[in-house]
Design a protein. Structure first.
Lengths: 186, 195
């Protein structure tokens, strides 16, 4: 009855028996953790079957080795799934994307700011080279073919636009659009 | 000799500390109970095994949240039942796997037929195994058979068995182990046949 077991020593087998009975001590656990889990699994099946047969009719025998291997495989596969390829995954937390209108507003602000800057730089450049008022210099450079009345009107308009664009960003594009469509004969 | 909850707690603490092998021991200890539990919800043996594995995977992933407010098996039991119930719900929602038009009953019939291909041999082997286990138990010396029966059939603790048999707990532990070992040696050749 006390023959040496082929794969597990008797103390390890006794520890396994105690573990299955919920009677294992810390020393039993330490001992079991040093054993080959596959051998423990095989031994567990035999021990469990003994109890099962005694309590009821033995049901379909379980292969603990396969069962355990299945769990290990699942854990390994799911570990990969924890770090998925970004393209294939819908993120749980969505980064807010700017809406179409917001994008246009940012684009408009950028253009308007650039335009305003260009106008101011141009005005300053003209101011350095002539003694004329700043707005007139700008007007005379761009619209020399227009009647005087329109030139003055455009001068005021460009002045307003430069101020408006620098203050309101994206909205600065709107007056510029009207400048382009301004009839020559007005 | 420490009692059941402390051995589970010790194993859980080791898993939480990063010792994955300790979880293997918890699987070995509870796999049969979990499979039996899930089989109440899911009759197909292969599917029940699948769901049981998934339940253990969920338990492993959630084990850091286990604080010992209930017994480990109670916690595992809940996970297993929820996993089984989810499986039943998901199965009813699952779309067909291919373009072949089969209704659910047809699919299950095919699946069951495939699963039962080896049934006659497996049943015969199980009956023979069952018979040999009973023969081996009957051949045990009285003190070994008595200790094993009180444990397996009556479900008594080592302490309770020690009181009944009027011997130290360590002796009970040894008798139960030696009884199991003797039965295992008797049925070992049959276990090889089933593989």
């Amino acid at each position: 009855m006390s023959q040496q077991h082929h794969t597990l020593d008797e103390r390890a087998l006794e520890s396994l028996s105690a573990l299955l009975d919920d009677e294992a001590s810390s020393a039993d656990i330490d001992r079991l953790l040093q054993q080959d889990i596959q051998v423990l699994a095989e031994q567990t099946d035999a021990f469990v079957m003994t109890g099962e047969a005694q309590r009821t009719q033995l049901s379909q025998p379980l292969c603990s080795q396969d069962f355990l291997a299945g769990i290990h495989n699942r854990l390994a596969n799911q570990a990969d799934a924890d770090f998925p390829v970004v393209d294939n995954v819908t993120p749980l937390i969505r980064v807010p994307q700017p809406k179409r209108g917001q994008k246009a507003a940012w684009w408009g602000m950028g253009v308007a700011a650039s335009l305003a800057l260009a106008v101011l730089v141009g005005i300053q450049f003209q101011a350095q080279n002539t003694s004329l008022p700043l707005a007139t210099a700008s007007l005379n450079t761009s619209f020399t073919t227009l009647p005087e009345r329109d030139n003055l009107r455009l001068q005021r308009y460009l002045q307003q636009h430069a101020q408006h664009a620098s203050l309101t960003g994206g909205q600065g594009m709107m007056p510029m659009a009207r400048v382009v469509n301004l009839p020559v004969d007005q | 000799m420490q009692r059941e909850t402390s051995s589970d707690e010790a194993l859980v603490e080791r898993v939480q500390a990063g010792d994955k092998r300790a979880f293997d021991l918890l699987v070995l200890k509870y796999q049969h109970k979990v499979i039996a539990l899930i089989s109440r919800y899911i009759q197909d043996h292969h599917e029940a095994m699948d769901v049981a594995q998934e339940a253990f995977v969920k338990a492993y992933r959630a084990i850091d949240s286990f604080r010992g407010e209930s017994a480990f098996y109670t916690w595992l039991y809940r996970i297993a039942v929820n996993t089984a119930k989810n499986q039943i719900v998901n199965r009813s929602r699952r779309p067909p796997a291919s373009d072949v038009e089969l209704d659910n009953e047809d699919v299950h019939a095919v699946y069951d037929a495939l699963a039962d291909i080896n049934t006659p041999d497996a049943e015969l082997n199980t009956k023979r195994l069952n018979s040999e286990i009973h023969i081996a138990i009957n051949m045990l010396p009285e003190e070994l058979r008595g200790a094993l029966t009180l444990r397996e059939f009556e479900g008594l603790s080592y302490e309770e068995i020690a009181q009944i048999m009027d011997c130290p707990v360590g002796t009970v532990r040894s008798r139960i182990f030696r009884a199991r070992e003797a039965v295992e040696k008797h049925i070992r050749p049959l276990l090889g046949e089933g593989e």
